[in-house]
Design a protein. Structure first.
Length: 520
């Protein structure tokens, strides 16, 4: 884009030189130019160098106006380019009228004066757009009224009156440059290159315009440099406004790319959420199917036994059938209880009663709670202290929930360990890792490696070695949720026919964790 702008400036120079060539080919036209018309931008002399400069300047203005119009078309919300383009065209028309005055020279002079008044309005709006400052409404209305009144007076006045009016109106317009200079100085606090360049341009324009005004009306002697000031103003401001457009355009492109990336990211998130929703729907259907299946078995068993008693097939005094019905109803109750508890855990709706607990004493207590049951199952049951310092370890836990975890793990060991097998519980702590732990190990049938990734899933079960030990398939899911709510971890290692090790780790005492869990 910058190369394109530079090319435009070069094209403007060529265009200006082309106008010079036309002018030289029609040299007879130069001799007939009225000296009164050459009133604008110090072009009162018939010297060829001033005419060449004027034509060159017109070429630059033409190219700048085309480029600024193109900028506005590309970004219509940026009024700066629109105002600058219009102002360039007005100055271009004024200079063209003064250099090529067709018709009566008095009418041409009025034409120049009228466009000067209109240009004052455009410059006011351009200047405030450049400063990114909203102009005062009353002040703006005053400029509009002043400019249109000037147009009206120029249109109806005779040439002598028009020249006198132009002198005083121009003086008022030049006073506006005081206002522009003041606000340009205030803009310096932004400490940007554009604010410094704008102050330089306005200062040069201010000095050269006043010098040209005094020279044109023979108040001082010398050559007017107003055209030089105008040339610097248009050239530098064109560069600044182009840079602003390019910067704004680059930001727009960057924002567009950022928006596209954001849309792509959101699309991926929506796709992922959709996949998760579909997966949840599948899991929901699977859970419902599993619940129906698990409830249908005990219900069928109870129905068949009761039907047999009603029909007289099964003697009503046989206690074993009543025991079967009782066991099946207990299984249904356990299933519904586990489902409810798991749902509360996953929804973070189950409150925990946290308290400070001495780790080793607590583990020894719950270990001894199940010693009698394990002896009945004809299993070896051993507690091992792996670190004597463990007796000083303290943790913040819900004792009831942790005992629930321990009981579930011991129950699983019983289900998958044959008679005369062994269950070992190791208790310890690691001060460096800031954690307490216990390990439940058995020498049972073990678990196949392909089953381990699914071991914590709902309703996932393997066949127990003891047929009377039925399971809901929810125990390990509940265990994992309880341990995670304690900000701990659980890990299972197993080999077929060699047994299983379950590692449970709990952070050492942390009251912050306690408050978070209790509020849950």
């Amino acid at each position: 884009m910058k190369k394109f702008i530079i090319f435009g400036y070069v094209l403007g120079i060529v265009f200006g030189l082309y106008l010079v060539d036309i002018f030289l080919n029609f040299s007879f036209f130069v001799e007939n130019i009225h000296s009164e018309v050459l009133f604008y931008s110090s072009i009162k002399s018939s010297k060829l160098d001033l005419l060449v400069f004027s034509l060159f300047f017109m070429g630059i203005l033409f190219i700048i106006s085309v480029f600024q119009s193109n900028f506005y078309i590309k970004k219509t919300d940026e009024r700066l380019s629109l105002y600058f383009s219009i102002y360039c065209r007005i100055v271009f028309i004024i200079m063209g009228a003064t250099i090529f005055p067709y018709g009566d020279w008095a009418d041409v002079l009025k034409f120049v004066y009228i466009f000067s008044a209109v240009g004052f309005i455009v410059f006011h709006h351009y200047f405030h757009a450049y400063l990114n400052k909203k102009p005062n409404k009353s002040f703006t209305y005053g400029i509009w009224v002043f400019s249109f009144l000037s147009v009206f007076l120029f249109f109806w006045a005779d040439i002598a009156t028009a020249i006198l009016l132009f002198k005083y109106i121009t003086l008022i317009q030049l006073c506006y440059l005081f206002y522009a200079l003041y606000h340009s100085f205030l803009k310096l606090k932004e400490r940007t290159l554009q604010s410094k360049g704008n102050l330089f341009c306005i200062t040069v324009l201010f000095v050269t315009s006043w010098q040209g005004f005094l020279t044109d009306f023979d108040m001082i002697e010398g050559t007017s440099f107003e055209a030089v000031g105008m040339f610097l103003f248009f050239t530098l401001h064109s560069t600044f406004s182009s840079e602003r457009f390019l910067s704004s355009y680059s930001q727009t492109v960057e924002m567009k790319k950022l928006l596209q990336d954001k849309v792509l990211e959101r699309t991926k998130e929506l796709e992922q959420a959709n996949e998760e929703m579909q997966q949840m729907e599948l899991e929901k259907r699977q859970i419902v199917s599993n619940i129906c299946h698990d409830l249908s078995n005990p219900i069928t068993s109870i129905r068949l036994v009761s039907k047999g008693m009603i029909d007289g097939i099964i003697p009503s005094d046989e206690k074993q059938y009543f025991m079967e019905m009782y066991n099946q109803s207990c299984l249904m109750e356990n299933l519904l209880t586990d489902l409810r508890q798991l749902n509360l855990l996953e929804g973070n709706q189950l409150g925990f009663q946290m308290e400070e607990v001495e780790w080793f004493a607590f583990m020894e207590k719950i270990f001894n709670n199940y010693r009698y049951n394990l002896n009945i199952e004809q299993l070896s049951y051993t507690l091992i202290k792996e670190n004597d310092k463990a007796q000083q370890l303290k943790v913040y836990i819900d004792p009831v929930r942790i005992e629930q975890v321990f009981l579930n793990l011991i129950s699983n060991c019983v289900k998958f360990t044959p008679e005369n097998g062994s269950i070992t519980v190791k208790v310890g702590g690691d001060f460096e890792k800031n954690e307490a732990y216990f390990i439940v190990s058995d020498n049972g049938i073990g678990i196949e490696s392909n089953h381990l990734p699914q071991i914590f899933n709902r309703f996932y079960r393997t066949e127990p070695i003891r047929e009377e030990k039925e399971s809901t398939g929810l125990g390990l899911s509940i265990v994992r949720n309880i341990i995670e709510r304690h900000e701990g971890s659980i890990q299972i290692e197993s080999e077929p026919k060699r047994g299983t090790d379950v590692f449970v780790r709990i952070p050492l005492m942390n009251k912050t964790i306690s408050k978070q869990l209790s509020s849950g």
